[in-house]
Write a protein that binds this ligand. Structure first.
Ligand SMILES: CC(C)(COP(=O)(O)OP(=O)(O)OC[C@H]1O[C@@H](n2cnc3c(N)ncnc32)[C@H](O)[C@@H]1OP(=O)(O)O)[C@@H](O)C(=O)NCCC(=O)NCCS
Length: 188
């Protein structure tokens, strides 16, 4: 399903044809982390390209096919959990509700692919906290997240990784937010 509103930006599920955007996505993510002086999980070209090929990524492009935004999803802990990660909106497309559209699409995709999974994310950003809250996420202690080692390995490239390790993975700089489908059974 594709969303298009009158700004001409398409928010779509990425596929193999979007691999050409991967390097720009990675550069935009790492440049934004430097500006914010914050930690960020490091991903490789192949990792993001694979998400695209598997239909686990959302990409936003303008009318000229220029990259505007991105995020991806992955399941963890035997598909009991799904994380939304790597959200980025390119500088010149910010503050127009694009992150909200991308997160909403990723949320719908996650719910569709893994209807019983708990959705979660780690963030240090106010915009993401706001959007997640609108989607029904609540802040939780890290103990309520997946214990899948492979997920936590993703934090290894973050500048704050020592905090996570020294607290035995109980606390870190990011806020953990979780959407539990069992608590939204009566939602329309
Ligand atoms: C964070 C980011 C994705 C927001 O993208 P965006 O398209 O500008 O966000 P939106 O326009 O959809 O804004 C959603 C809401 O968050 C608010 N918001 C946007 N940027 C914000 C910021 N830096 N701080 C606090 N709130 C912010 C907006 O005001 C909006 O709320 P409102 O509609 O009630 O006014 C973008 O600034 C970015 O890519 N930053 C660098 C990477 C990053 O921080 N990623 C998240 C890592 S967890």
């Amino acid at each position: 399903m594709e969303q298009e509103i009158n700004d001409g930006i398409k928010v779509i599920i990425a596929d193999a044809s979007h691999e050409k955007y991967v390097d720009e996505i990675l550069e935009t993510i790492s440049a934004a982390a430097k500006v914010r002086g914050t930690g960020i999980a490091k991903r490789t070209h192949e990792y993001l390209a694979q998400k695209m090929r598997e239909g686990k990524a959302v990409i936003a492009l303008n009318e000229d096919g220029e990259f505007a935004g991105f995020c991806y999803i992955e399941s963890w802990g035997n598909k009991q959990y799904v994380a939304n990660s790597g959200l980025i909106v390119s500088d010149r497309f910010r503050r127009h509700g694009l992150a909200r559209r991308i997160k909403k699409r990723a949320f719908e995709l996650s719910r569709q692919k893994w209807p019983d999974a708990k959705l979660f994310g780690l963030t240090s950003g106010g915009a993401v906290m706001k959007i997640n809250t609108e989607l029904g996420y609540v802040p939780v202690p890290f103990s309520e997240l997946t214990d899948d080692e492979a997920f936590w390995k993703g934090c290894q490239g973050c500048v704050n990784h020592d905090v996570l390790m020294r607290t035995d993975r109980r606390y870190c700089i990011c806020t953990a937010m979780l959407y539990d489908p069992a608590k939204h059974k009566d939602d329309k």
